[in-house]
Design a protein around this ligand. Structure first.
Ligand code: DAH
Length: 444
């Protein structure tokens, strides 16, 4: 899938460039932005899946039902389902996403994500004499202020849209990156820290995209005494230290690989870079990083300091390090997956236990102005859960009347068993039904 290939690199990193599917909410005027976003969202209510009664989605096959009265504890905060999934226009969190809250795969020592997190911890503990504070249990429900404003994400940035981010209400989101905790931890006085956590993004469906994934954020703050005798300024000092630190980390994880630095852009850093390594005959983007914007430090009361920050996606690295071919596997509770990994062992290669046959179903419809691929994928996931392997646009044309038709191919496949024809047909009918009624498109 061409779009997927392009967005693979972007998926775990919050870039400035809008993705094609997100452009509906890309607005230009700074002051009006937030209001317009909400107004747009509300005005398309009849076509949006999120305005329909929640019980609509309970007819779905694969979504685990979680008791609405049970209380989750996330980073010391007590949460019920009603706190997160609300039948209100400013909320777009589906049931399926709620079921992922609190699973914290990165805190399981025998899980590939936990093994990777611990290997990164080892690197920092050893090389920085245990100076880095480690957080891996901060609540993923954060304010828009923390997720966006405090890390200087512009008011018209695509990541703020309802199409890209899960909103609990107009001022509260499921964090879309671990950078959401930077400012708060700086204010609390931490100057060397790592934050690992589950992050949430509305996205397409394929082997490398899943609406919940895991990131690690690193921050290190310097004082003038650190760079005064070096003959270079704080920014350059931080940039040099950052590069040395992350090159060491990449070697710690991947061995003696070839590396390169690519200039990049992030709202929170300047200059910004990406580190790529040459691994298995391809350049692989490992992380995004840079010298922290002075404004972030200033607002945290650190006027005279300089700092670096980085953010990395644990799944993309773990897929490469453990040879895991599909991102859904991280969520598998099948013993044939879970039993293959051992605490503290980074080098283990996953042996696929079997490949069950895929089943392809095509569907065509005339789209409308509010159509987005992320909304379509949300419906497909709501119906089929992890049985949905891929959703690809395979045909696209506009007729003389100006109507645009899209044909999507949905691949259904279980990682754990063979699916029956009846089961898949029922899923597909459900998808068709919900796409038609919730997205208000005309099936062809
Ligand atoms: N927050 C970025 C993302 O979601 C990743 C990132 C890039 C974090 C650069 C950083 C950084 O701290 O300096 O993709």
């Amino acid at each position: 899938m061409a779009v997927a290939a392009l967005t693979f690199a972007a998926h775990h990193i919050l870039h400035s460039k809008p993705k094609p599917s997100s452009s509906v909410f890309l607005l230009n005027s700074t002051t009006l932005k937030t209001t317009i976003t909400f107004n747009n969202f509300i005005s398309i209510s009849s076509a949006s899946p999120f305005f329909l009664p929640r019980h609509k989605s309970t007819q779905t096959a694969a979504v685990a039902s979680s008791s609405s009265s049970s209380v989750l504890e996330l980073g010391g905060v007590k949460i019920t389902k009603q706190d997160v999934v609300k039948d209100e226009p400013t909320n777009n969190v589906p049931d399926l996403i709620f079921t992922k809250l609190g699973l914290q795969l990165h805190r399981r020592d025998h899980h590939p994500l936990g093994i990777l997190k611990n290997a990164i911890y080892d690197y920092f503990d050893t090389n920085y004499n245990n100076q880095f504070h480690k957080f891996d249990d901060l609540c993923p429900i954060v304010t828009t202020k923390a997720n966006f404003d405090e890390v200087l994400v512009p008011a018209d940035h695509v990541s703020r849209s309802y199409n890209d981010t899960y909103y609990v209400d107009a001022e509260t989101v499921l964090r879309c990156h671990t950078s959401a905790h930077q400012a708060d931890l700086l204010r609390k006085g931490y100057s060397n820290f790592l934050v690992t956590g589950d992050v949430y993004r509305r996205d397409s469906i394929d082997s490398t995209h899943y609406p919940v994934f895991h990131q690690m954020e690193g921050v290190r703050v310097f004082t003038p005494s650190d760079w005064n005798n070096s003959g270079i300024d704080g920014t350059l000092y931080a940039a040099q230290d950052l590069k040395a630190c992350l090159e060491g980390l990449a070697r710690h994880l991947f061995g003696a690989v070839e590396m390169r630095w690519v200039d990049s852009y992030f709202p929170f850093t300047n200059p910004s870079f990406e580190l790529e390594i040459y691994f298995q005959e391809k350049w692989l983007e490992v992380l995004g990083c840079g010298v922290m914007e002075q404004e972030i430090l200033k607002r945290a009361g650190k006027t005279d300091n300089a700092a670096w920050a980085f953010g990395l996606g644990l799944e993309r690295l773990a897929m490469v390090l453990f040879d895991i071919p599909d991102i859904r596997l991280f969520w598998s509770t099948d013993k044939r997956f879970t039993s293959q990994f051992t605490k503290g062992q980074l080098g283990i290669k996953f042996k696929p236990f079997s490949k069950y046959p895929p089943c392809y179903k095509d569907m065509s419809f005339w789209i409308n102005d509010s159509f987005t691929e992320n909304n379509l994928c949300e419906i497909v996931r709501g119906v089929a859960g992890d049985l949905a392997e891929e959703v690809v646009l395979i045909d696209n044309f506009t007729n003389k009347k100006g109507m645009t038709s899209h044909c999507y191919r949905i691949t259904y496949r279980s990682m754990e068993r063979s699916l029956t024809d009846e089961e898949i047909n029922e899923l597909q009918w459900n998808v068709r039904d919900q796409v038609q009624s919730q997205m208000n498109v005309e099936l062809r």
